[in-house]
Design a protein. Structure first.
Length: 166
């Protein structure tokens, strides 16, 4: 089941929350900073062992002080001109995160609006890619029961709401 919420993703009680990380996996600003602050220093210690992450790829860690049991770190594309494969890389973030969650037998996962902050990916296009790629993944049976699009702003939530109603 797909749903959208306006919330701070670090507060969600789900099997995994997805972090919009950078390729170092060593923390940053935005949702990455919020997740590292809420999860605590053990998260950074585990991330140091992961040897970074390529754009479009995803890696899983424990959730530590979060309610969420796991964090799936994915690196979204930095928006360039829309002709540098940004859409495919963003699609891969959702697909690879879901695949990791399914491989771990997880049932619930929450995504932030990956790449639409510091990475400047246009929010409308990103939301369409997010919903399309999650719907495509859920065509194949897996342990995933609930996917939440966790929006920080009301504007983002309205965007997802209208896509999910379509
Ligand atoms: N909960 C949910 N969503 C959040 C939160 C939060 N606590 N904080 C920010 N967001 C939202 C932003 O409003 C935006 O819609 O997450 C979305 C992604 O924005 P960014 O966090 O800027 O991520 P991104 O655009 O993918 O850029 C990633 O920013 O923080 C650095 O280390 C990170 O270098 C990486 C880059």
């Amino acid at each position: 089941m797909l749903q959208t919420l306006q919330a701070d993703i670090t507060q969600l009680n789900v099997d995994a929350i997805v972090n919009a990380a950078n390729s170092s996996l060593l923390g940053g600003g935005g949702v990455d900073g919020a997740i590292h602050r809420a999860a605590g220093p053990e998260l950074l210690a585990e991330c140091r062992l992961l040897n970074g992450c390529r754009t479009g790829e995803a890696k899983i860690t424990k959730g530590y002080r979060l309610k969420a049991r796991h964090i799936i770190h994915t690196v979204g594309p930095i928006w360039n001109d829309g002709k540098s494969g940004e859409a495919d890389k963003l699609r891969a973030c959702y697909t690879n995160s879901l695949r990791l969650a399914a491989d771990a037998g997880l049932q619930s996962i929450a995504f932030p609006c990956i790449s639409t902050g510091v990475y400047l990916f246009p929010a409308d296009q990103a939301a369409q890619i997010a919903v399309e790629s999650v719907r495509a993944f859920l065509q194949t049976p897996s342990s995933i029961q609930t996917v939440i699009f966790c929006c920080f702003s009301a504007a983002d939530r309205a965007r997802y709401e209208s896509l999910l109603e379509a």
